[in-house]
Ligand binder design. Structure first.
Ligand code: SF4
Length: 82
């Protein structure tokens, strides 16, 4: 059983939900070879910016399956959850 303090739920499930939502998707540009495989496969998540680097398009939430596929197929293993 858990108590609600009035400022939010103190139950551990809430803590894990917050941690899960705080995960940030990043690209380690020191390893990225700009092969553009991620951009071509998932243009809703990755794009080439004006400076010529691959970047993550900011979303409040990411399509988990597509991101996991991109992570799996990135030849340099440089797409990471932080
Ligand atoms: S698939 Fe990996 S190496 Fe290729 S552009 Fe994307 S992040 Fe860079």
């Amino acid at each position: 059983m858990h108590e609600n303090t009035g400022t939010g739920c103190c139950h551990p499930c809430f803590f894990y939900w917050v941690v899960e939502k705080m995960k940030r998707l990043i690209i380690d540009l020191s390893q990225c070879t700009q092969c553009l495989a991620c951009v071509e496969a998932y243009p809703e998540v990755f794009r080439l910016n004006d400076a010529g680097f691959v970047e993550i398009i900011e979303h409040s939430d990411y399509p988990e399956d597509e991101v996991e596929e991109a992570i799996k197929y990135c030849p340099e293993d440089c797409i990471l959850w932080e």
